[in-house]
Design a protein around this ligand. Structure first.
Ligand SMILES: C[S@@+](CC[C@H](N)C(=O)[O-])C[C@H]1O[C@@H](n2cnc3c(N)ncnc32)[C@H](O)[C@@H]1O
Length: 207
């Protein structure tokens, strides 16, 4: 027998914050997703927990997970367990490396990615949405944001220090910078939802 015959199986990854915020985000999605929306591309699915929690609550929507390749194995473990027919993927979509996935998406949803990716990638993501989405498509961005150059809480200020220690290019982004870039990419701000734990959900619609 070769040594690698007994490689340990990967454990299903688990995100406690995903578990905590999934319901609040889903409640916002219920307010904004109309009956005529049928496909959603998720950028940076992470573990896949948001897809697994939310997709069953929108049976009319095909939820397409995406992330960098290294996260696919973990996402697949979650998807395999629930075996939901309206979740597809994960597809490989890394901002800065991959082109925008082919297909027609009426929504792009992303949670907790803007403060992880560097600002150039955030801007590229917004441009890609502008170049590839059709009129009335929604872009939904969840996470912490600063307003008027100020943290909205001490915990966000502490989180920002922690982020920058891990990666000097990660940071909590400015709501005004994000809005400005989304507007110049062809979107209008539809709503800015206050979320638990000093987070926001920004909803933009393609003009
Ligand atoms: C903090 S996790 C958030 C995961 C999940 N959305 C959540 O809310 O729990 C950040 C995610 O962004 C993804 N990510 C980082 N850089 C990326 C890039 N350049 N393109 C696409 N996804 C990226 C990571 O792989 C990871 O899944």
């Amino acid at each position: 027998m070769f040594k690698h015959d007994k490689l340990p199986l990967m454990e299903k990854p688990y995100s406690a914050s995903c578990e905590r915020n999934a319901k609040a985000i889903c409640d916002v999605l219920k307010k904004i997703i109309g009956d005529n929306y049928t496909s959603l591309l998720e950028l940076g699915s992470g573990t896949g927990q948001h897809a697994v929690y939310m997709a069953p609550q929108f049976p009319q929507i095909t939820w397409i997970c995406s992330d960098v390749k290294s996260n696919h194995e973990g996402i697949n473990l979650w998807l395999k367990e629930v075996n939901l027919s309206n979740i597809k993927g994960p597809i490989e979509f890394e901002i800065g490396k991959d082109v925008f996935p082919s297909g027609v998406f009426d929504m792009v949803y992303t949670a907790n990615t803007f403060h992880i990716m560097d600002w150039e990638k955030d801007k590229l993501f917004m441009q890609l949405c502008g170049n590839n989405l059709k009129k009335d498509a929604l872009v939904i961005i969840y996470g912490p944001f600063n307003y008027n150059g100020t943290y909205t809480s001490q915990s966000n200020a502490d989180f920002d220090i922690w982020l920058k220690e891990r990666n000097s290019l990660s940071a909590i982004r400015s709501y005004e910078d994000v809005s400005k870039n989304m507007i110049s990419s062809g979107f209008t701000l539809l709503q800015d939802f206050d979320m638990p734990a000093n987070n926001r959900t920004l909803v933009f619609k393609k003009r």
